[in-house]
Design a protein around this ligand. Structure first.
Ligand SMILES: O=C(O)CCC(=O)C(=O)O
Length: 273
């Protein structure tokens, strides 16, 4: 797999830099970008502790009103943009944003934010894209990306904890292919994996004794809404902590064009069952 090392890159000069161009090229051609050293390890360790403390109720084998079982012992759960998760380095990471704005649009939005929790013993998911084709026509696979998923693991994704298997190039498939060869990237703490919404991928089994929480962010063109992953009325795409929107830096404001939408709620809904 192609990996892009972001260590030492200056956030102010990312737009034209060689590594980001390489990441965008990989994303467009192969449907993914694997970015190393986008956050300090200590910051991600702190996010993990915060998650385990504040979201312990999601580390159980139980689907709640606001969570969604996505496969055996694997759940999609809401995470509020508050505490460490309200840090712009997390939801608008400069390296991630440089790719997002190049492969989507300068005014791409943050469409959803939360975590996928693969509990100990979680099973292999089937390969799937994150959304259906835009059109019921071959052209869907030829178009530029309309949305992407950014995955930020809170513990290393590897053979033991499980990882997200991806099938490079599958965002260009006209039909699902049975003989697809998936890549199983090791994604260390501090690295992040982006994939095109059309790319076929799957969570692999968690063989370890601990849960594997992975923060996800869906970035999208401003007209797109994920049509499949929020089918329960209790789910929320974005949950804002108190005062969050007032503190979004100007470089990240475009991510939140419709903060008053019904789909965006404040932190008070977070613990509803
Ligand atoms: O658990 C993972 O690594 C990926 C999960 C996933 O792709 C999904 O739930 O759609």
């Amino acid at each position: 797999m192609i990996r892009i090392d972001c260590a030492g890159l200056a956030p102010e000069t990312l737009a034209g830099c060689e590594q980001i161009r390489h990441a965008c090229d990989c994303f467009i051609r192969h449907g993914y970008a694997l970015l190393d050293h986008i956050l300090p390890d200590a910051m991600v360790q702190a996010l993990r502790h915060e998650f385990e403390k504040n979201y312990a109720h999601y580390l159980q084998e139980h689907e709640r009103l606001e969570s969604l079982r996505v496969s055996g012992r694997r759940f999609m759960v809401p995470v509020a943009l508050s505490g460490g998760f309200a840090n712009p380095l997390v939801y608008a990471n400069p390296f991630v944003m440089a790719v997002v704005q190049a492969v989507l649009d300068a005014d791409a939005i943050l469409e959803a934010f939360g975590a996928i929790v693969s509990l100990s013993g979680s099973e292999a998911q089937r390969l799937h894209p994150d959304g259906p084709p835009l059109f019921n026509a071959d052209i869907s696979a030829l178009l530029p990306a309309h949305a992407l998923t950014f995955a930020l693991p809170l513990i290393e994704m590897n053979e033991q904890h499980g990882t997200t298997a991806i099938v490079p190039g599958s965002h260009r498939w006209q039909q699902p292919q049975d003989d697809a060869r998936a890549a199983m990237p090791v994604v260390p703490v501090g690295s992040g994996l982006l994939w095109d919404f059309r790319l076929h991928h799957s969570g692999t089994p968690n063989l370890s004794s601990q849960a594997r929480p992975m923060i996800y962010a869906t970035y999208a063109r401003d007209w797109y809404r994920d049509p499949v992953n929020f089918r329960k009325s209790g789910q929320r795409r974005l949950v804002f902590g108190p005062g969050f929107l007032e503190h979004v830096p100007s470089r990240a404001r475009a991510l939140f064009p419709s903060a008053a939408d019904d789909d965006a709620t404040t932190d008070t809904n977070r613990n509803q069952t």
